[in-house]
Design a protein around this ligand. Structure first.
Ligand code: PLP
Length: 312
């Protein structure tokens, strides 16, 4: 353990811990160079895995998606998948967090003097951190159901940037967030150029009509929570379809819910001002949310963290 890792309870690690390019540090000290293309050009990919009650959720799936994103973008950090997993676990352990938001980024790096200004010549590196659990939706929103709206802003098309690669090209999603705020809504759903739903700022979206759950087949991240919804629907015998979901279908849906690592299943109660059901989370969305957390409490897709392990 390095000197900066030996701090205890009331140390800066209580707010979180970070790892950047081979070094561990308290979260407040974590910084990246201002000239890094990861910052200047959003030339970076990332993933976020949740820790709940002392265990990672779908850790191997997150690492697999992270590796696929890095390969797609020609990013090559020195750390192997097993090393990344060990780093993430150590971050959670040193921060002493039972529930955490754990991010891993691979940045392009700083352009090297004398080399062509091409991303291929940068040295890529890994940055990761663990901070206390965060949720996209507030407790009040979860209780009453999200108030959603369909944004005017269209999602960046997959032909321009593949949304299955987790990325920081958030200009459209951020614009959608302000549109939602102007309309007094919680969150915006962005459509693609064809008028079909994609996703929102950090979440996947689902519509439910006549007992059938549908989620967009393109233009969105293959979310881990979305994959979990597919598994749960199969288990519960709820029909589940991955196909285009039009704006009209969303506006007429019996229920809508969104989902993400940072919050789990988040049922909605309004869409574009229309009240769905009794203005509260609908029955199928609620069943999925409850089953999701009940199964997680039983260790579903869990990788427990060894908090007593001694770090080098
Ligand atoms: N869509 C976007 C754009 C996201 O950023 C995220 C997660 O942060 C999701 C969907 C949900 O993915 P996951 O369930 O893997 O967290």
């Amino acid at each position: 353990m390095t000197p900066e890792m030996t701090e205890t309870a009331a140390s800066p690690f209580t707010n979180g811990a970070a790892y950047i390019d081979g070094r561990y540090m308290p979260i407040a000290q974590a910084a990246i160079p201002i000239t890094d293309w990861g910052y200047r050009r959003s030339d970076v990919t990332y993933d976020v895995v949740g820790v709940w009650d002392g265990a990672f959720f779908r850790l191997d799936d997150h690492i697999r998606r992270f590796r696929a994103s890095m390969e797609f973008l020609h990013l090559k950090p020195t750390e192997s998948d097993d090393e990344i997993k060990a780093i993430l676990e150590r971050l959670v352990r040193v921060a002493g967090l039972r529930s955490a938001y754990v991010a891993m980024d691979c940045l392009r790096g700083v352009p090297r003097p004398g080399m062509p200004r091409h991303p291929a010549y940068c040295r890529n590196y890994l940055a990761a951190y663990a901070v206390p659990w965060v949720s996209v939706a507030s407790a009040e929103m979860m209780e009453r159901g999200l108030h959603l709206m369909i944004a005017e802003t269209r999602r960046i098309p997959p032909e321009s940037f593949e949304p299955r690669v987790k990325n920081f090209h958030w200009g459209d999603l951020t614009r959608g967030q302000f549109e939602a705020m102007e309309k007094g809504c919680d969150f915006a759903i962005l459509l693609d150029a064809q008028g079909n739903a994609t996703e929102g700022a950090g979440f996947n979206v689902f519509s439910i009509t006549d007992g059938r759950v549908a989620t967009p087949d393109r233009g969105a991240l293959d979310g881990m929570t979305r994959m979990s919804m597919l598994e749960l629907c199969e288990e519960l015998g709820i029909p589940f379809e991955v196909r285009p979901v039009s704006a009209a279908e969303l506006r007429d849906a019996d229920e809508i819910f969104t989902c993400t690592t940072a919050g789990g299943v988040m049922p909605a109660s309004r869409i574009d001002g229309r009240i769905m059901g009794n203005d509260r989370p609908g029955p199928i969305s609620t069943r999925l949310r409850e089953t999701f957390w009940a199964k997680r409490a039983q260790g579903w897709h869990a990788t427990p963290i060894d908090y007593d392990k001694a770090d080098p």
